[in-house]
Ligand binder design. Structure first.
Ligand SMILES: [Zn+2]
Length: 345
């Protein structure tokens, strides 16, 4: 089959990988319909994080082609969405809601396990990993929004969830990349009344408003902190969602969080939490990789009901043959997030 192959920093190209086959009774083979490029794929692309040569991509939706003998929750012909890791949903970590730490789990597209950026994927633990999508004849817009649940929207939702966003809250979202945009949408969905988005890109501000932001702060650093405090009567926000991971964005999230609130962190940390400052203000923080498998069913209901449209974060599109362009567009910041069209439903 054809699939994206990570050759090393700066080089992702289409090549041949073995056609996936059922190797364990818990496997399924999924023919990929849509995939996309994650912000974390870019770290590998830029050489900022190591990645084995081989398969890449961990976000995809597709159609089940074949299932192993022990898979009974999905069947050939089903449209399915895959969370970005596979998990058994029966180990103690999965039962506690931390599917990312599943003792049997693993990552798609890690060089060896098939990636989403390819024509087909052998999905381990398929019965507990894949979420079937009810109905048929979904529009392309709906399919794009379902794809977003695989990682980016679940990650934005995680930031809002762990920060305890609830009805009537004032929320600040630090970061206007695809995760930050998704966090705005997630906070809006959870009933936040005021959402202050920190966004410096004019072309993203329109989408940030459509997703539910009520205020936009264009500054960074101390000026941004001051602007948010000023907007909140110097109290700070009920929840700050950190969706970047740099020293500056982490500092801002903690500076604008009101005493007694929780910062939700989903930007992969390249900076430090200011511990003493958080301690004396009773500010907590939670975060990490999202348990997407747990979030997908609830978010999927809202996508199918048409109440959220997280697929709007995709603003660049390529077919599998042009997967390199999908990376370049994001690397050069011409795209918020690239979609890769692989097959049809
Ligand atoms: Zn598990």
């Amino acid at each position: 089959m054809r699939a994206a192959i990570f050759r090393g920093p700066g080089v992702v190209e289409v090549g041949e990988r073995p056609d996936p086959v059922i190797e364990a009774p818990t496997d399924a083979i999924v023919r990929v319909v849509l995939a996309c490029v994650c912000g974390s794929d870019l770290w590998y692309y830029r050489g900022e994080s190591p990645h084995a040569e081989g398969s890449i991509g961990h976000e995809f939706i597709g159609v089940v082609e074949e299932t192993g003998a022990d898979v009974n929750t999905v069947a050939p012909g089903d449209l399915v969405v895959a969370p970005f890791i596979y998990s058994d949903m029966t180990c103690q970590h999965c039962l506690n809601g931390s599917t990312i730490s599943c003792v049997q789990g693993g990552n798609f597209g890690n060089g060896t396990i098939d990636g989403g950026q390819g024509e087909a994927v052998r999905v381990p633990l398929a019965g507990s990993t894949l979420v079937p999508v009810p109905g048929s004849g979904h529009s392309d817009d709906t399919l794009r929004s379902i794809l977003a649940l695989s990682d980016v929207m679940s990650t934005g939702h995680h930031a809002a969830t762990v920060a305890g966003v609830s009805k009537g809250d004032t929320v600040a979202v630090v970061g206007d990349g695809a995760v930050g945009l998704s966090a705005v949408l997630a906070a809006h969905r959870l009933g936040a009344e005021r959402i202050i988005a920190l966004s410096r890109h004019p072309q993203r501000q329109q989408l940030v408003r459509e997703f539910g932001a009520t205020d936009i702060v264009e500054a960074r650093g101390d000026q941004a902190n001051e602007a948010v405090l000023s907007l909140t009567g110097r109290v700070g926000v009920d929840a700050a969602l950190e969706c970047v991971g740099t020293d500056q964005s982490i500092a801002t999230a903690f500076a604008v969080a009101r005493p007694g609130s929780t910062v939700g962190i989903v930007g992969v940390p390249h900076g430090q939490v200011p511990f003493a400052q958080t301690f004396f203000r009773n500010v907590g923080f939670r975060g990490g990789p999202a348990p997407a498998r747990i979030y997908i069913p609830g978010l999927l209901d809202d996508v199918l009901a048409g109440t959220i449209n997280p697929g709007r974060v995709f603003d660049y599109e390529a077919d599998l043959g042009h997967v390199a362009d999908a990376y370049t567009a994001m690397d050069e910041r011409r795209a918020i997030k690239s979609l890769i069209r692989v097959g049809s439903v």
